[in-house]
Design a protein around this ligand. Structure first.
Ligand SMILES: CC(C)(COP(=O)(O)OP(=O)(O)OC[C@H]1O[C@@H](n2cnc3c(N)ncnc32)[C@H](O)[C@@H]1OP(=O)(O)O)[C@@H](O)C(=O)NCCC(=O)NCCS
Length: 187
């Protein structure tokens, strides 16, 4: 299944994306708010895992292609949250783009389409998103998508106590919020 926005295509991963993804995962600026850069092998394992998840579920963290250039620019999509997080397992929306494609509105444009898919096709009742409190760019995307910040931050259990990235903000959007946004935008 292929999703499309004005400037982007969201699709299953292809072999050629893996190389571009390796480059992105070894970029210190892109990975500033992750515990470490990924080696080529780690990047391929992650891409393969995402690929298989899309194969079996029909949705996931889609590879995003810029229509104008045909280039793979990163991923935006949906993912089931891990069970060790301090909230009920649910579906999160996430993004990671090569930095040359930041500042163009691409994460928000693809995020809008991923939310439409979550509510219209998957009929979910809620989508969450979270990131380290210091990752303001990612938090800004959550706000642009109309997601609401929960009152409580949480400590990410995968990171050690005192780690600079341990404290996370949590945002969510409910089906009702999404439907009111839709009617405000006149969709
Ligand atoms: C988080 C991330 C996806 C945000 O990307 P982004 O490009 O800043 O986000 P958007 O797509 O919403 O783009 C918004 C920016 O594009 C600008 N823009 C330019 N043209 C635009 C257009 N046609 N439409 C909308 N916005 C446009 C906006 O003004 C805004 O600029 P600003 O950064 O100066 O405020 C990106 O920084 C990233 O991949 N980071 C590394 C990975 C990461 O941290 N992921 C999250 C981990 S939880």
């Amino acid at each position: 299944m292929i999703l499309e926005t004005k400037r982007l295509i969201l699709r299953q991963w292809e072999r050629k994306d893996f190389k571009a993804f390796q480059k992105l995962n070894s970029d210190a600026m892109v990975m500033e708010y992750f515990p470490s850069l990924l080696s080529k092998e780690e990047s391929d394992v992650l891409a393969q895992k995402i690929y298989e998840s899309i194969e079996s579920e029909g949705w996931g963290a889609w590879a995003v292609e810029e229509k104008e250039s045909g280039n793979f620019i990163g991923f935006v999509g949906l993912h089931e949250t891990a069970s060790n997080l301090p909230f009920e397992p649910c579906v999160e929306i996430a993004w990671r783009l090569s930095k040359e494609y930041w500042g163009k509105g691409y994460a928000s444009e693809a995020g809008d389409e991923a939310l439409r898919f979550a509510f219209k096709e998957l009929k979910l009742n809620k989508v969450v998103s979270f990131t380290a409190t210091v990752n303001h760019r990612s938090e800004a995307v959550m706000q642009r998508l109309g997601m609401k910040k929960s009152e409580m931050n949480f400590e990410h259990p995968a990171l050690s106590i005192g780690h600079r990235l341990r404290e996370h903000v949590l945002y969510q959007i409910s089906r009702e919020d999404y439907e009111s946004l839709e009617s405000e935008r006149g969709k």
